[in-house]
Design a protein around this ligand. Structure first.
Ligand SMILES: [Zn+2]
Length: 275
């Protein structure tokens, strides 16, 4: 409880709103707190969903992430035979939205994959450490987010090396996959990157275009309606409205029976299926 109340004021108020919502019969005085009603129902606080009942939980997923037998150099989905999906977050970490997102994921025991840019990783090593320590995966999303098709091989190498080093310096863990900015990469580049770094190139099959900021409920609806077995969902934790869409998205997909795994776990299942 001490931890919760040390958080910034607006989050503490959300927690107060939650407590008030749960105990309004018992304490009339507290429920008349004037600032509370305006915080409820705006989809801005991550505590809201539990007002409507228990938060759905991802079951403990202990899948192997060994994909050493993988031969393909790019992937946009996993095996379609099981209800496993991977939630991926690009272009972070962001100092206000990513920790909020991590709180949402932790409450649901949902593991995700973060394709971070090296520049941001170097600026926020504490968030990188938290991502890894809470069981998520980190992937290489280049240093400056360029279109790799326009770069020489040496420039691509520098982008990947600097980012890998920033991630390793922050948390001691090597990224195991990469995602090219804009999904843009020549097949030839995919092949030599896979040969040199061992990174499978990870794309996606569900794109809600959240960077256009259509609003949290639209983002959630697009993600939910586009998801099927093996899907890789693309979201940007750089934008607050994308993070606001996550409680509805995750809770609905959990209720539909999907289980959230990291990209490496999803790839491993695909290579198991292909054997
Ligand atoms: Zn990106």
């Amino acid at each position: 409880m001490m931890y919760l109340f040390l958080r910034p004021v607006s989050k503490s108020l959300s927690i107060v709103a939650l407590i008030v919502g749960l105990s309004s019969c018992a304490s009339k005085d507290v429920s008349e707190e004037p600032s509370v009603p305006s915080l409820v129902g705006k989809n801005t606080g991550y505590g809201e969903t539990s007002i409507n009942g228990p938060v759905p939980q991802n079951p403990e997923m202990r899948l192997s992430s060994d994909f050493s037998r993988m031969s393909a150099t790019s992937i946009s989905s996993g095996s379609r035979s099981r209800k496993l999906i991977a939630l991926t977050f690009d272009d972070g970490p962001n100092p206000s939205h990513t920790p909020r997102l991590l709180d949402m994921l932790r409450r649901r025991n949902v593991k995700a994959t973060f394709y971070v840019t090296g520049e941001r990783a170097a600026n926020h090593p504490d968030i990188i450490r938290r991502i890894v320590s809470e069981g998520h995966e980190i992937g290489n999303h280049t240093w400056t987010h360029p279109n790799l098709k326009k770069l020489s091989d040496d420039r691509v190498r520098r982008e990947l090396n600097k980012t890998r080093d920033a991630i390793v310096n922050a948390c001691g863990v090597q990224p195991r996959t990469m995602r090219p900015p804009y999904g843009s990469m020549y097949q030839k580049q995919r092949e030599w990157v896979y040969r040199e770094y061992g990174y499978p190139i990870v794309l996606w099959d569900v794109d809600p275009l959240d960077w256009k900021k259509p609003g949290p409920s639209v983002v959630a609806q697009r993600l939910i309606s586009g998801t099927r077995n093996g899907s890789i969902l693309l979201v940007h934790d750089l934008h607050g409205s994308s993070v606001d869409a996550m409680p509805q998205t995750i809770d609905t997909l959990l209720r539909k029976g999907y289980q959230f795994v990291t990209v490496s776990q999803l790839i491993a299942q695909k290579s198991v299926a292909a054997r």
